[in-house]
Design a protein around this ligand. Structure first.
Ligand SMILES: Cc1cc2nc3c(=O)[nH]c(=O)nc-3n(C[C@H](O)[C@H](O)[C@H](O)COP(=O)(O)O)c2cc1C
Length: 370
């Protein structure tokens, strides 16, 4: 019996297995609007067999995009562009659809990765980024503008407005992006947050803004639907954000009803030294789960079914999220189910692909021809 393929419930959202397709920026939107690429990409991965698909980091306002190609959900046009894609997924798949709500903060106005990913200067069509403090991500870059009280309220309200649009689109869950050196993580980390007001300095002060945003989003998203968060559990830099602080943050989020913590790391500083290797972030998820009892997702270089099974069966994390392995093998969860003795839902158009060695892989299916 596979633990990876046992159900889990997040509020009223019943998931058939413990696998989520991790949010993955596609850098392919037009003015934040999804297009045919997103249609293909999202529909393809909605058939992966993972119980939940998380739509990529979706900017809550235009200046909060990492790149000019980042997806957004801040106006009627961006909402309308996503609607037919969601409708198509619903028609052909039972996967739950989550969306990651994001703001890039000081890492906004970057080139797309395949154009190098560096800052786009304003003279070349970039825009003025904003962050907790006027400190650039990299030495020598144009510093962001420090958010004042009105700016903080504007960005918080943008998260709220996007959460409402996500609900109008009928999405099942939200994940706040508080990782990888983007705006909410920038508030947490002493490396990027040098504020002297109530949003900077002590751990309590640095957590204040991300918690306010979480509360505001939670308050407008339906009670029965889950809201999770993705964190960088450590900056991998001496004197930066670390696991003990993440545990404090997770405890505060638990009090506020967070439904999962998706545990990643890094992204706030070019000085980071990441000990990359298979499952390298699993111990971070495990530490948070052990200390707080919050539902956690492990992510990062999880590629093998047996590796994923071990993570959830041993209780190191409650779920796993996969990014690159899903792009490489968009039926990853089918293959994992076959290997581990689980079951996945497949659309009838694909039933005939069920291997003769795994007659129950797609459950009770039957088809014929004359
Ligand atoms: C193409 C691509 C885009 C990504 N975009 C996002 C994103 O939008 N939000 C996010 O939190 N992480 C993003 N990530 C990071 C992944 O969600 C994940 O945390 C990371 O890749 C480690 O998991 P993996 O080893 O399974 O790829 C992205 C990764 C890739 C490969």
């Amino acid at each position: 019996m596979s633990t990876l393929f046992t159900p889990i419930k997040l509020r009223d959202l019943a998931l058939r297995n413990r696998i989520m397709v991790a949010p993955m920026c596609q850098y392919s939107a037009d003015n934040g609007e999804a297009n045919d690429w997103h249609f293909t990409h999202i529909n393809s991965l909605a058939l992966s067999g993972a119980a939940m698909f998380c739509i990529e980091a979706t900017a809550v306002e235009a200046i909060g995009r990492i790149t000019p190609g980042c997806l957004g959900l801040w106006n009627d046009a961006t909402e309308a562009a996503l609607r037919p894609i969601i409708a198509s997924v619903r028609k052909h798949s039972n996967t739950a659809i989550a969306m990651q709500l994001a703001h890039a903060g000081r890492k906004a106005s970057s080139h797309v990765p395949w154009d190098g990913g560096q800052l786009i200067p304003m003279s070349e069509g970039g825009w003025q980024a904003e962050g907790p403090s006027a400190l650039p991500h990299k030495e020598g870059e144009t510093p962001p503008r420090a958010l004042d009280a009105a700016g903080l309220a504007r960005v918080r309200d943008a998260f709220v407005a996007t959460a409402k649009r996500a609900e109008r689109l009928g999405l099942d869950a939200l994940e706040l992006h508080c990782a990888h050196g983007y705006l909410l993580h920038q508030f947490l980390s002493p490396i990027s947050n040098r504020r002297t007001d109530q949003y900077g300095g002590s751990l309590q002060n640095r957590m204040r803004y991300p918690l306010e945003v979480f509360d505001a989003v939670r308050a407008v998203f339906p009670e029965h639907k889950p809201v999770g968060i993705k964190v960088s559990a450590t900056d991998w830099v001496e004197g930066g954000w670390d696991v003990p602080q993440t545990i404090e943050f997770a405890s505060e989020l638990k009090k506020r009803g967070v439904d999962w913590i998706d545990v990643s790391s890094g992204g706030v500083s070019p000085q980071q030294k990441i000990p990359l290797g298979p499952g390298y972030q699993v111990p971070l998820a495990q530490a948070i789960k052990q200390a707080t009892g919050v539902t956690t997702m492990a992510v990062g270089l999880i590629t093998e079914p047996k590796q994923a099974e071990e993570i959830v069966a041993s209780g190191k994390a409650d779920m796993i999220a996969l990014a690159r392995a899903m792009l490489y093998d968009p039926r990853w969860a089918w293959h994992a189910a076959a290997e581990l003795g689980g079951q996945v839902e497949a659309p009838p158009q694909y039933w005939r692909s069920q291997p003769s060695t795994h007659k129950a892989l797609f459950g009770a299916t039957s088809f014929g021809a004359r």
